[in-house]
Write a protein that binds this ligand. Sequence first.
Ligand code: DAT
Length: 180
Amino acid sequence: MSAGPSKSAPVIVITGTPGTGKTTHAQLLAQESPVPLKHINVGDLVKEKGLYESYDHEWQSYTVDEDKLLDELEPLAAAGGVILDWHTCDLFPERWVDLVVVLRCNHTQLWERLEKRNYPLKKIQENNEAEIMEVVLDDARSSYAPEIVIELQSAGTEDLESNVARIVQWIEAWQKNQQS
Ligand code: DAT
């Protein structure tokens, strides 16, 4: 369900296992979109605004304060025109979201991308297993209507460009639909 007729731009969630290309896609989409879209890297926002309960040094990850995060994002989502870039998506209420893009990546390639980030080995293993088990895709499918969830491969630049072109087409259709 959409957040209502007053929005002039949609709320697009770009999700996927870390390293699948969310930020790369969100940055290009923000440039190419026919309507203004603000890219919100949710992980960075959590750190900048202290929207977390604790930090786990061993896993190098934050335990997010979900209530604080939702309070921070609510007005932005209600206004529309945002890309929410995060490795989980089921926290975002259905009424906020117009499209959920789940990025996927071959596990060998994902491993290499995460190694380059100097993630601890067990964090690389955990994320790799999650990608193989389609954890994020399952979460997206169980949290949102099937017609708003799309799964896209993110192996290289060709995928990136065609994925963004496809999302741009979806935005154009969304705009027409809002006007009619
Ligand atoms: P995420 O935001 O999902 O953690 P990212 O956008 O930071 O991922 O990408 C991780 C690395 O992989 C980064 O060096 C860019 C590269 N990458 C990801 N998807 C890509 C794609 N489709 N084409 C080219 N490079 C890609």
